[in-house]
Design a protein around this ligand. Structure first.
Ligand code: UDP
Length: 244
């Protein structure tokens, strides 16, 4: 079931259910898209028609930010069951990767980051197959070479970490060219976290729904971007779902 948050349909799934769906996708014969919008992306989708339709056509859309869950409680109708952070969802799939036969390709982040992320994940999840990595600072003309390399790698799960909007558009533009990929996930800054370059908030902050606050303390320059949160909640207060 989906919950409409300002026009973006978010799947009302728990972490377990989301991981189960990803497992189902890997056993299918087409490329599925998975996105993890936070309030910033949902607000962007209100203005950006392309992003709006990418999210509307996605195979799985999970609420990355606690703000999205709060908005679902403000807006009349069904509330989202829980926050499903993109980073946690990917980790969850990685725990089962060795026996499920998942093969990952990491695309994105600064040079060296994806390699380090792969090294750390191999240590954390023995037997995991990470069959290729590439940084996210490439030229347009490298596009076909990148697709070819991903196709040759035998990967079935592609993590795309190019930042909000860029990663959603990249996946949408290239999904039909990715012959063996069954799941393409936009993962934002997750490779930086896997590489240890950026730290997740301590569990206590996460449990209280205050991860955004921890991030703000660590990176005060994000204040401009975060001001979208109160604006997002205010819009949610006045949002009326279109009648079906
Ligand atoms: N990134 C990238 N190529 C780009 C822009 C960004 O690979 O052209 C990477 C960046 O290095 C970081 C990730 O995308 O690892 C997420 O970036 P950011 O934190 O700005 O994105 P957001 O918080 O919007 O997801």
């Amino acid at each position: 079931m989906k919950v409409d948050i300002l026009g973006v349909p978010i799947d009302n799934v728990t972490m377990d259910q989301a991981a189960g769906l990803i497992d189902k996708f890997t056993a299918s014969s087409k490329c599925h898209t998975v996105f993890t919008p936070n309030p910033e992306i949902i607000m962007l989708a209100k203005k950006d028609e392309r992003l709006f339709s990418i999210l509307n056509e996605a195979s799985l859309v999970v609420p990355d930010g606690i703000g999205v869950v709060i908005a679902s409680k403000i807006i009349k109708g069904d509330s989202l069951k829980e926050r499903v952070a993109g980073y946690d969802l990917v980790q969850r799939t990685m725990k089962q990767a060795a026996h499920k036969g998942y093969k990952y390709y990491f695309l994105g982040s600064k040079p060296g980051v994806a390699q380090l992320a792969a090294k750390n994940m191999r240590e954390m999840y023995p037997g995991i197959q990470i069959v290729g990595v590439r940084d996210g600072y490439f030229k347009k003309e490298d596009a076909s070479d990148i697709i070819e390399t991903i196709n040759q790698s035998g990967a079935n799960i592609l993590l795309v970490a190019l930042g909000a909007l860029k990663q959603e558009i990249w996946i949408d533009e290239n999904k039909h060219l990715l012959k063996n990929i069954r799941v393409a996930v936009g993962v934002g800054g997750s490779l930086d976290v896997m590489a240890g370059a950026v730290k997740r908030a301590p569990q206590a902050f996460q449990k209280l729904g205050l991860e955004w606050f921890y991030r703000l303390l660590k990176e005060p320059t994000r204040i401009g971007r975060m001001l979208v949160l109160p604006q997002f909640l205010a819009v949610a207060c006045f949002y009326n779902k279109p009648r079906k």
